[in-house]
Write a protein that binds this ligand. Structure first.
Ligand code: PLP
Length: 423
């Protein structure tokens, strides 16, 4: 494994992030928007990219530019080494074996891969899949569809007003034939970190496997899938400083080995005859066709950047800023902050509404002041139903955000309230 391995859990505390210094690494932050400095508060949708990632992608196209795993000429071998080197970095980040790290397009594809390649063979008519009320559609619809195809039931763990999972019925539900538990590690709306290790322990006792949607956790904290008790774990590169079009599915080796392939075609085979074929070793069995080579290399550079910052420092930064944001917004009149109450831990995101102002109008007014937030259902419509709203506004932070960005956010929300006449 490469030298980018995470520090041991008892390693000395890392240096706090210096977002002001880091901003110099992110060229897209330095534009002006409608005459204002750009205040980017939508990293939960997609993060900015540092120069090192942009350079890695650019260098692949300018200098290397060859397909992987097939040529014997210098550029082809260089491309393979860069692509596989990025896998080593990701394996070190997760503290897992490189053969278990499968490149996908994004978290969505990783979750669908599990729903098909594992789900089809393990979920039958009297079985169930357990999800939670706060899932992103990407970790809900693959399981809805699997249940429809297999005639299985979809069970749902509710969330409390604070956005925490209500686990009071967990064991009872698990006992009703649950074969797969699929849950997010961190909610993209509420910022709540779910107790994955606890749920996994109960799920395993009941004979279920655990699929973790880590799209909002891997960017923001050290995540070790085995320590979490996950059996599969998926995330996207573009939310963690990497390019779009590249993601990762990690799975336990024994499960991945026993699964049939998801997509078939070039690069994932052992030998092929006209009427039968054998599959390549892991992880290639699940990587059919020419992959997103430049993007994987870019993700490797993103992992290197985050590792150098130390994910523990990133976690502290994301939590502190998100908690400040929640506290300041909650102090404003007629503002509702969803999920953990002010003062309670939350990771990187704060969803809120301003009475009398539709979140889309709010986001538009904020954009007029250079403040970019997201408004809508955040691909979590059942959670919107749970809170009785059609949409929410959401501000989300990352390594390059500062307190000053939160001040601009609060000032812009006040301004919107003025525009709407203090409705
Ligand atoms: C919690 C969560 N899961 C899954 C996804 C899907 O990620 P992608 O669109 O990159 O596949 C997202 C994206 O917003 C997310 O926040």
């Amino acid at each position: 494994m490469s030298a980018t391995r995470l520090p041991a859990q008892d390693a000395p505390a890392p240096r706090a992030l210096d977002p002001e210094r880091l901003r110099a690494d992110f060229p897209a932050l330095h534009r002006r928007v409608h005459g204002h400095p750009y205040t980017y508060l939508d990293s939960a949708a997609t993060s900015q990219r540092p120069r090192s990632v942009i350079r890695a992608v650019d260098a692949y196209y300018r200098r290397t530019n060859a397909n992987i795993h097939r040529g014997v000429y210098a550029a082809a071998e260089e491309a393979t080494a860069l692509y596989e080197g990025a896998r080593d970095r990701i394996a070190a980040l997760l503290d897992v074996d490189r053969s278990e790290v499968i490149y996908t397009r994004n978290a969505t594809e990783g979750l669908n891969l599990v729903a098909y390649a594992y789900g089809e063979g393990h979920v039958g008519p009297n079985d169930a899949v357990l999800v939670t009320e706060s899932e992103h559609h990407s970790n809900l619809l693959p399981w809805q569809r699997l249940c429809e195809r297999r005639g299985a039931r979809l069970e749902v763990l509710p969330v409390t007003d604070r956005g925490e999972l209500d686990l009071s019925e967990l064991d009872a539900v698990l006992a009703r034939g649950v074969r797969i538990v699929a849950l997010s590690h961190v909610s993209n709306v509420l910022g709540v970190e779910n107790p994955v290790a606890y749920v996994a322990e109960r799920a395993h006792r009941a004979g279920a496997v655990v699929v973790v949607d880590a799209a909002q956790s891997v960017p923001h904290m050290p995540v070790r899938p085995r320590a979490l008790g996950a059996d599969f774990l998926a995330f996207s590169g573009h939310k963690m400083l990497g390019p779009t079009g590249i993601g990762v599915l990690w799975g336990r080796r024994e499960l991945l080995e026993a699964m049939p392939p998801f997509l078939t075609g070039g690069d994932m085979v052992g030998t092929v005859h006209l009427r039968r074929a054998t599959w390549a070793e892991l992880p290639h069995k699940f990587e059919a066709g020419t992959p997103a080579i430049a993007e994987a290399i870019g993700l490797g550079a993103a992992v290197e950047y985050l590792t150098a910052l130390d994910l523990r420092a990133v976690a502290e930064h994301s939590r502190t800023l998100a908690m400040h944001a929640a506290e300041r917004l909650a102090e404003l009149p007629r503002v509702t902050v969803y999920g953990p109450p002010p003062g309670a831990a939350r990771t990187a995101v704060v969803a809120f509404n301003v009475a009398g102002v539709h979140p889309h109008d709010l986001a538009t007014i904020l954009d007029g002041q250079g403040v970019a937030i997201r408004a809508g259902h955040h691909c979590a419509q059942p959670l919107m139903e749970r809170y009785g709203v059609a949409a929410m506004a959401r501000a989300s932070v990352y390594v390059y955000n500062r307190d000053q960005d939160l001040e601009r956010l609060v000032a812009a929300v006040r301004r919107a309230q003025d525009v709407f006449g203090g409705a």
